[in-house]
Design a binder for this molecule. Structure first.
Ligand code: ADP
Length: 585
């Protein structure tokens, strides 16, 4: 017995000791690590010397546009602090987590973990931030779609000194997370399909929501031309087919490559770099500076390391809407309280509307807040699987298995109809083949995987099975589909008069997707004229102040039609760039 104990003690000493020695420091060298990102693996590499990360870089990433940059932002901070105790990049949690996973993976290959990184004393930055004064011809506030377009157009029109300030660590705003389809009446794809369309028809469609006819006229008249500007000047590429959004009379919406905002945002960013337009990230505008005549002569902003006071001849506000500002939402529409989720990107807090309103700008249509009907019932993220509906190949049912709305009605009508159903949720029924044809599996596979994992998307070979899996009434669903297919045979939806081509729901496997509405677009905002001048409550121009995009109100009335936001930011973003340039020379 004594011998056994002695043996155990000596074994413990041997292994205890040697394993302790093996992990007491990290190996020198370069190590790669992999983490699972939104669109695939994020691969990074780190170089270690004396338990210190001396270099780190992204080797491979499928994360696009702004999201991809989150990895670089984290790696830079990791080098700076020699630790993994670094904040995730707000608004890019998924990519941030993938980067941390990859870092841990690389450290394990170096023979340890983050606890072995040498402690680095980081200088305290508790002293008062200094205020830096800068002077620029034009300051654009917000690097979403409208902001980048305005800055590009300003530069192309001869503005010598344009800067963009952006409060988030990356560009893109809501434009980045949108599908970014663009209504462009009279486009070539429509001609190929024999669809007759015109600026007048788009004008009529948009006007139905009660917006300002003058602004809508400008929007409709420039839509086609500005879609070409995006293609020819910014190099945005489009898919070879169109999408049919609810509330439009005809199918007219161009789809960017990959059917998401990463294509236009990525290309706009490239153009901004090409034109040497500085973008100050992590810099939040807080206040407009005016003179005694209430003309805008500058802007205050807060940066990470310093505050700024810009002296400028022109400020273009392109800060987006107020979808994430619950207090503002409740003030203007008490129904849209904290219980309602939001599809919006982080940073969309109504800042521009507040700043403009503080110097007397008029606001219009603030009570009109749009819910997007088909969102993740848990996070509020807009669901791209819904592209199948926009191609006409989906029906919507409730928990009882019954249709309850025209699937291509306006977002508002569908959202309100869903809110009235059991559990305030709806279910989209489609065949897997239809989802495939709509490009969902090609473009949005990670979303599909995530929804399946969480049980918000179920697949089965028969209608009864798919209904049971999702907890929807199976018998009624079968009956609903039978009746629907009958309508398709007859060429008319006798219940809800669904527009566009009608498609049968025939062969399994079937998909049933649970969804809920979430705040998507705020139609109200700063009142502008057709040249994007900001107007005060007496209808006078506030000199030196321009606004474009979702920060403005009055264009979309009580309901923005799908794919008209990109038309709006392009048309009015360009005009803002042109007007500000000509008036600040
Ligand atoms: P739009 O569609 O009108 O272009 P987006 O939502 O795409 O609007 O972009 C708005 C951008 O403005 C976002 O990138 C957002 O982070 C940025 N932003 C919002 N408030 C501020 C602010 N106070 N200072 C700087 N940037 C801001």
């Amino acid at each position: 017995m004594k011998r056994i104990i002695t043996l155990l003690v000596s074994l413990f000493l041997v292994f205890g000791c040697s394993s302790k020695q093996a992990v007491s420091s990290l190996k020198d060298g370069t190590f790669t690590g992999v983490g699972k990102g939104r669109n695939g693996d994020v691969k990074i590499s780190i170089s270690i010397k004396d338990s210190t990360i001396v270099d780190a870089e992204v080797v491979e990433t499928k994360e696009t546009a702004g999201y991809g940059e989150a990895s670089t932002i984290i790696l830079n901070k990791v080098i700076e602090t020699n630790s993994l105790e670094v904040d995730a990049v707000s608004g890019a949690t998924f990519t941030s987590n993938a980067t941390f996973e990859a870092l841990k993976n690389a450290l394990s290959k170096a023979g340890g973990d983050e606890s072995l990184l040498a402690k680095k004393v980081v200088e305290e930055t508790s002293k008062e931030k200094e205020t830096i004064k800068e002077s620029h011809q034009i300051v654009v506030v917000g690097a979403g779609g409208a902001g980048m377009i305005a800055a590009i157009e300003a530069k192309l029109n001869g503005a010598e000194d344009v800067v963009i300030i952006e409060k988030m660590p990356f560009v893109g705003g809501n434009t980045l997370i949108s599908g970014a389809e663009m209504a462009a009446p009279g486009n070539d794809l429509q001609k190929q399909e024999g669809i007759e369309d015109s600026a007048d028809l788009l004008y009529e469609d948009v006007l139905k929501a009660g917006g300002n006819p003058d602004l809508i006229r400008v929007l409709a008249d420039n839509a086609l031309n500005d879609s070409k500007w995006l293609s020819e000047v910014v190099n945005v590429e489009w898919e070879n087919e169109l999408m049919f959004f609810g509330g439009h009379s005809v199918k007219r919406s161009l789809i960017p490559l990959g059917a998401r905002g990463t294509e236009p945002v990525g290309k706009l960013k490239k153009k901004i770099e090409e034109l040497n337009i500085p973008v100050m990230l992590n810099t939040k505008a807080t206040e407009l500076i005016v003179n005694e005549k209430n003309e805008v002569i500058g802007l205050k902003a807060e940066g990470e390391k310093a505050n700024y006071e810009f002296e400028t001849k022109g400020v273009i506000l392109t800060t987006g809407g107020f979808g994430n500002n619950v207090e503002m939402r409740k003030k203007y529409d008490p129904n849209v309280d904290e219980s309602v989720l939001s599809t919006n990107a982080k940073g969309i807090d109504g800042d521009g509307i507040i700043m403009a309103s503080n110097i007397g700008a008029d606001l219009v249509g603030m009570e009109y807040i749009q819910l997007y009907p088909v969102c993740n019932p848990e996070t509020g993220a807009l669901l791209y699987v819904d592209d199948t509906r926009l191609k006409g190949m989906t029906i919507m049912v409730n928990k009882e298995g019954k249709r309850f709305v025209e699937e291509l009605n306006t977002r508002y009508a569908i959202s309100m109809a869903v809110k009235a159903q059991t559990g305030s949720v709806g279910y989209e029924l489609m065949t897997k083949k239809a989802a495939e044809e709509a490009g969902v599996l090609l473009n949005h596979k990670s979303e599909v995987d995530d929804l399946m994992e969480k049980g918000y998307l179920v697949e089965a070979d028969t209608l009864a099975e798919v209904a049971e899996k999702m907890g929807v009434d199976a018998k009624t669903l079968e009956e609903t589909v039978k009746v629907w297919n009958g309508y398709v045979d007859g060429g008319k939806d006798l219940e809800f008069n669904k527009r566009g081509t009608l498609y049968k729901i025939e062969e399994g496997p079937y998909w049933l997707v649970k969804f809920a509405p979430a705040v998507h677009h705020t139609m109200g905002g700063i009142k502008i004229d057709t040249q994007t001048h900001v107007l005060d409550k007496d209808g006078n121009v506030i000199k030196g102040l321009y606004a474009a995009g979702e920060v403005t109100g009055g264009i979309h009335g009580n309901n923005r039609l799908g794919s008209v936001a990109i038309t709006d930011i392009t048309v009015f973003g360009r005009i803002a760039g042109q007007t500000a340039t000509s008036e600040t020379k």
